[in-house]
Design a protein around this ligand. Structure first.
Ligand code: 5AD
Ligand code: SF4
Length: 466
């Protein structure tokens, strides 16, 4: 898979934002204020002395003293004026209330002081970057971060690169950004909010790609199955509707999409896998972990049982569907039992292919500052065990295609003279002896042999005449 280039702003062109923290109460609060300042640094915030120079003001409160709530409301009244004055000058101020009063009186604060953007209790400081990002987005602002670019974890193929004219397989970006804020991930900060291209614009580009030779299109997005583009009927279309419209384009034989989130795997999309032969029976559906505790810590928003259930429903809809996934080992807090739950999920589901990673802290993301970081040697051992299991499954899956007849889209020549190369519905590389005229065509191939990273077979039409 090609690497996607990420271009976050560099230190020099990133706007520095002012952060003013007002701390009341105990040493604990002083410590918490420092931590909040730390987690906001990668979002471009630096401490400033005065609230009127601040793009964000955090009021870190304390409950111990009498009439603490009243004191908060009177301070908020002052900060409201600062916010309004700055607004008149075209500057935005995010106002946050943290600490014990926020914990105890969150609802009342939001009711009595609706100009407050964020209320967060002491248990949720690690989610501050997410909250700030959400507040900034709600106001239409773009968040600038200095999260380091990390191509390894952002491996969507590069759809912006000019497509090869006459390319038989093409990528088409339909959605960008992410609103999910997984604990370990930089994408919601670096790529911004989820947004989808309008249906017509996608269809237009798809038709153009097909006119210039594409037979297979892979729809791309950070959260591609969260697609919600404006349709020609003025309604919002999901990915299922879009796939159906794409499947109707004459000449477009195969449709894929990547990368998906389990939470967005809705009934309509599952049904599309049943109803649309062009939708390839191979789905990349990252699960990351098989432990409910870790899935919750990761902020994934689903359980292992829910993932298993999605897989069952997909297999019900499309019995020949094969799955691929992403896994992270060693997320903070991952115990041996959690890891074993991941191994069990892999054994239960069975994956045709997978990507797996050792958790690596990304400064500014909630998991990076979390307690119970897993030692490197433990991560290594877990990754090895996990990859060994996945490799066995991948080999078993490829072995399982030997003796089967599969449709292969021929995309070019193989290494040997007279040999063609193509891809199966499962993105397996397949080599056969055959005529050049088959390039660009789909033909049935009986798979004969499995190699480490490819398959070979024979054209079954030829066999009929042999
Ligand atoms: N550490 C390890 N793996 C990560 N990924 C994303 N962020 C991290 C991180 N901090 C992995 C996830 C994701 C894939 C694209 O990269 O598995 O699905
Ligand atoms: Fe990152 Fe994917 Fe989670 Fe979004 S859904 S935060 S892109 S891992």
């Amino acid at each position: 898979m090609t690497q996607h280039s990420v271009c976050p702003p560099t230190e020099s062109d990133r706007e520095v934002k002012g952060l003013h923290v007002i701390t009341w109460g105990c040493q604990m609060n002083v410590y918490d204020s420092a931590r909040m300042t730390d987690v906001l640094r990668p979002l471009g915030y630096q401490a400033v002395e005065a609230p009127d120079a601040a793009d964000m003001v955090i009021l870190n409160t304390c409950h111990i003293r009498d009439r603490a709530a009243e004191k908060v409301f009177s301070e908020l009244g002052r900060l409201r004026l600062v916010k309004e004055t700055r607004a008149a000058e075209g500057q935005r101020t995010i106002l946050a209330v943290a600490g014990c009063v926020a914990q105890a009186e969150g609802a009342e604060i939001l009711a009595r002081a609706p100009y407050v953007d964020i209320v967060l209790g002491p248990q949720t400081y690690h989610r501050l970057p997410e909250m700030v990002a959400r507040a900034a987005r709600a106001a239409g602002a773009v968040i600038d971060t200095d999260f380091p670019a990390e191509q390894k974890f952002d491996f969507l193929p590069d759809a912006q690169a000019p497509q090869t004219p006459g390319g038989l397989t093409a990528f088409l970006t339909i959605q960008e950004g992410c609103d999910k804020f997984c604990s370990f991930c930089v994408v919601p900060y670096t790529r911004g909010a989820e947004s989808s291209r309008p249906v017509e614009s996608v269809l237009r580009e798809a038709r153009r790609l097909v006119e210039t030779g594409a037979r297979e299109i892979t729809l791309l997005g950070q959260n591609v199955n969260g697609y919600h583009g404006e349709g020609p009927d003025g309604r919002v279309w999901g990915l299922a509707g879009l796939a159906e419209a794409l499947a109707a384009i004459p000449g477009l034989a195969r449709i894929r999409y990547t990368t998906s989130h389990p939470r967005d795997m809705d009934d309509a999309l599952i049904a599309a896998h049943r109803d649309l032969p062009a939708l390839m029976p191979f789905l990349h559906l990252p699960v990351q972990s098989g432990s409910d505790r870790i899935l919750a810590a990761m902020n994934r928003g689903h359980t292992a049982a829910e993932y298993r259930d999605i897989v069952l429903r997909l297999r019900d809809a499309r019995p020949d569907i094969a799955l691929s996934s992403d896994f992270i080992v060693g997320h903070p807090g991952e115990s041996d039992a959690d890891f074993e739950a991941t191994m069990q999920l892999i054994r239960d589901v069975g994956f045709a292919q997978a990507f797996s990673f050792k958790y690596s802290p990304r400064p500014g993301t909630p998991a990076a500052g979390a307690p119970l970081q897993v030692p490197e040697d433990v991560k290594d051992a877990r990754l090895q065990a996990l990859q060994a299991l996945l490799r066995t499954q991948q080999d078993a899956f490829n072995d399982g295609t030997v003796g089967r007849v599969v449709p292969v889209l021929f995309t070019g020549h193989g290494r040997k003279p007279g040999q063609l190369s193509g891809r199966s519905p499962y993105l397996q590389a397949v080599h056969v002896d055959g005529p050049d005229a088959l390039i660009g065509q789909i033909a049935q191939v009986e798979i004969r042999e499995r190699y480490t990273n490819s398959l070979s077979g024979t054209l079954i039409q030829e066999r009929a005449f042999a």
